[in-house]
Design a protein around this ligand. Structure first.
Ligand code: IPE
Ligand code: IPE
Ligand code: MG
Length: 248
């Protein structure tokens, strides 16, 4: 879908509708400076604010950030706790986005998060639900495999209760039960562009269903060093790609 682009991008740049970012490299950023990993997460959170605003200013409509994976619980307890503390702090500050007409939704299994955090998540979602400049999806305790298993469970329950006929389950049925289709009445489209900083070239369980035809952009920059210009570079690279979706 062609959209009007911001002056920061060359004329004719094709904008991705949905951009996903795997915010990686916080730990290495801190280590390089001899600082504790949690300082890297603090810096990464600053970058999150700047880049989210820039995505909106460029005209991106859906922006998903991978903040904490279902596998990140394997980390030392003090690091997990520092990350959760940062979320709580940022959920207070994320309200600034509301002034910018950004709708905020969370994807992932929130039942395992602290009750206080869950409460703040719900209230941010409610307070921003009518905003329309951009939808920001924050993936917390998110895993693509968990999301698909969660959908399978919901579909199985419907089949048992007779609401769904097993023979009629299609790709569209599964899609309807993903976290990205449960945005309080709204649905995020498939992800067009996935950006992964820090030099790693893998999905790490991020949007594995939604990324079926996503374009990937990798950079060695560590997430805390990622600048608005780097987002522009990724979008320009995306714009030059030839997406065929299996056709010719
Ligand atoms: C990403 O940075 C943040 C989370 C996974 C929460 P990392 O903490 O993975 O940083 P590196 O990969 O160790 O540098
Ligand atoms: C992916 O990064 C998860 C987030 C950025 C939230 P990881 O650092 O956890 O991924 P791996 O372990 O390098 O694959
Ligand atoms: Mg990492």
């Amino acid at each position: 879908m062609a959209q009007k682009t911001n002056a920061a991008l060359p004329p004719g740049t094709k904008l991705p509708v949905h951009v996903g970012v795997i915010m990686d490299g916080n730990g290495r950023w801190a280590k390089k400076r001899g600082l504790p990993r949690k300082i890297g997460h603090r810096e990464g959170a600053q970058t999150f604010r700047t880049i989210t605003r820039h995505a909106k200013n460029l005209g991106v409509k859906f922006f998903t950030v991978y903040a904490f994976s279902t596998e990140n619980w394997k980390r030392p307890a003090d690091e997990v706790e520092a990350i959760m503390d940062l979320f709580e702090k940022y959920l207070d500050e994320v309200r600034d986005f509301i002034e910018e007409n950004i709708r905020i939704c969370f994807i992932g299994d929130r039942s395992m998060l602290r009750e206080g955090l869950q409460k703040k998540m719900r209230s941010v979602e409610e307070d921003s639900r009518d905003f329309s400049a951009m939808t920001l999806l924050i993936a917390i305790n998110y895993g693509g495999r968990d999301e698909i298993a969660h959908a399978a469970k919901a579909i199985a329950q419907k089949a048992i209760s007779g609401e769904i006929n097993a023979d009629e389950i299609t790709v569209d049925t599964v899609e309807k039960y993903l976290y990205t289709s449960d945005l309080d009445g709204d649905t995020a489209p498939p992800v067009d562009l996935i950006i992964r900083p820090s030099g790693e070239q893998r999905l790490s369980n991020f949007m594995i269903w939604q990324a079926a035809y996503a374009e990937f952009y990798y950079t060695n920059i560590l997430w805390p060093d990622f600048r608005p210009e780097d987002l522009e570079k990724a979008i320009i690279a995306y714009s030059d790609r030839n997406r065929r979706f299996g056709g010719v």
